[in-house]
Design a protein around this ligand. Structure first.
Ligand code: PHE
Length: 496
């Protein structure tokens, strides 16, 4: 009877889960979302979202994988065969995200190499132009343009790296995360120390932290808080279920979920200090208000940060440290998504880890070529928006329904309490059955209304259809096919 592979230890599992959660989003998303939504006051909705949706759902995802000893489709399918489709949908969204996440890491590789010559120095405009030049950016999503060879090379290196880490399963993953989790934290601390000693830094921090309590009354801030918690904790991609399925059935769940969630939130808050001290410095150096330099996402990492660093003494070294931070922050998130998908496919057909990983990595690289073209950045932006708004939130909602209304929260809770370091109470049932699905349902409706009112970022409708709705539809079709076709019956361990 084949035995399921196992993590080497509990810390290996926890570090891997934290590595998945802590990613680019902690650095380039959280600080900006906080800044735009009440500064220090944003912590209130954020912590509420963490407690009312993030942690309960993380407990649920861990418990599913660990209890059924299967990845997301298999676990949900054990509740009711048709529910496997939710799991495949989650993996479809995860796979799609991995295609462009790897492209972003490809840029980071290029920028790590460029750090030593600083070809972007000379102000934000130069840096923005340089970024467009590296990507061979075209005029819009309709103009595919040519392939950027440096980005393609970076993409290939990234996929080779992912393959190397996961090809033998979670044993190597457990070793890699012992470096890729602490290293970016240490490097962020170094940039923070450098950052706060620069002129203007305090001004930047004031903008990050100054609370605007009136913002709490708006609905938008709450929506942002829930969205950020989900994205940041890597919920709704089938990752945590896959990781937990490699734990023995009698392992702690609730404590692990609290540790992972607070580590992730803590890192995001701390990364904000590093980001805003650098932004404060840049604003002062350029003599402009902070609001002019604040930017999130790729613009922050590949334009604003490089500009600020180029003005500091020792720029090449600091820039290299920064891009190494991006790479090590991103890699454990990237391979966690891939492992979620590979694990799901393996469970279904009993394939070997090496062959499945190799096949998926090659496929991911080929699809990712789209993101190395001149229109890549536009497509990345569109696909990202849809995956985050209609992928993970919808899946989180469906998971709550599957467990809350079909499997029964009490049954799963009894199991969780039997194996965990500490007990979870009635609140968990209440959240999974009512509060979390209601909060998520509200977020979904609010998002769709917003979508219809204002087309995302003013892209042409056909591009939003193709990169948004059609991708979502395609994922659902593939998920349905994966659910319908029979898999290979693999003997399971006792008592599952
Ligand atoms: N949680 C990661 C972050 O904050 C993002 C991520 C998304 C990771 C999808 C895995 C899967 O950046």
């Amino acid at each position: 009877m084949p035995h399921r592979e196992r993590w080497a230890s509990r810390p290996a599992f926890i570090m891997a889960a934290i590595g998945s959660a802590i990613g680019l989003g902690n650095l380039w998303r959280f600080p900006m979302v906080a800044y735009e939504n009440g500064g220090g006051a944003f912590l209130i909705p954020y912590i509420v979202a963490l407690i009312t949706a993030g942690i309960p759902l993380m407990i649920l995802e861990y418990a599913l994988g660990q209890h059924f000893q299967k990845c997301s489709p298999g676990s949900l399918g054990s509740i009711k065969p048709g529910f496997a489709v939710i799991g495949w949908w989650a993996l479809g969204v995860g796979a799609t995200i991995s295609f462009y996440y790897a492209a972003i890491m490809g840029w980071s590789w290029d920028y790590l190499v460029f750090s030593f010559t600083q070809p972007w120095s000379g102000g934000s405009e130069n840096a923005a132009e340089f970024f467009a030049h590296v990507l061979r950016r075209s005029s819009g999503p309709g103009e595919i343009g040519g392939i950027s060879w440096p980005v393609l090379a970076g993409l290939a290196v990234t996929w080779a790296w992912i393959y190397w880490i996961i090809k033998r399963g979670v044993l190597r993953v457990g070793k890699v995360v012992m470096i890729t989790v602490p290293l970016p934290a240490l490097l962020t601390l170094l940039v923070l120390i450098r950052g706060v000693t620069l002129p203007g830094a305090v001004e930047g921090l004031i903008h990050y932290l100054q609370p605007d309590f009136s913002a709490i009354l708006s609905g938008k801030i709450w929506l942002e808080a829930y969205a950020q918690v989900f994205f940041s904790l890597s919920l709704g991609f089938g990752i945590l279920t896959a990781y937990a399925s490699y734990l023995p059935k009698r392992s702690d769940i609730s404590n692990n979920a609290f540790i992972t969630s607070f580590a992730d939130a803590g890192f995001a808050y701390f990364a904000g200090f590093s980001v805003f001290s650098v932004l404060g410095y840049l604003a002062q150096a350029q003599g402009v208000p902070i609001s002019e330099v604040v930017e999130g996402g790729p613009g922050l990492a590949f334009v604003v940060y490089p500009t600020a660093i180029s003005l500091m003494p020792g720029a090449p070294l600091i820039a290299a440290a920064f891009f190494l931070t991006l790479l090590t922050l991103g890699i454990d998130s990237a391979f966690s998504i891939v492992e979620g998908v590979v694990g799901g496919i393996r469970d279904k057909w009993g394939l070997s880890q090496n062959a499945t990983a190799a096949g998926f990595c090659i496929f991911g690289f080929l699809v990712g070529i789209l993101f190395t073209t001149g229109a890549g950045l536009y497509w990345l932006d569109i696909v990202d928006h849809w995956m985050n708004n209609y992928g993970l939130v919808v899946i989180g909602f469906l998971e709550c329904i599957a467990v809350g209304w079909f499997y029964g929260t009490k049954k799963l809770k009894d199991y969780i309490n039997e194996v965990s370091d500490f007990q979870i109470g009635w609140w968990w049932d209440l959240f999974i059955k009512w509060i979390t699905p209601l909060a998520l349902g509200w977020a979904i409706v609010a998002n769709v209304v917003e979508e219809i009112k204002v087309p995302y970022e003013g892209y042409p409708t056909w591009a939003l259809m193709a990169g948004g709705w059609c991708v979502v539809a395609l994922i659902i079709v593939v998920a349905a096919i994966m659910t319908a076709i029979p898999g290979k019956r693999v003997e399971r361990e006792e008592g599952l």
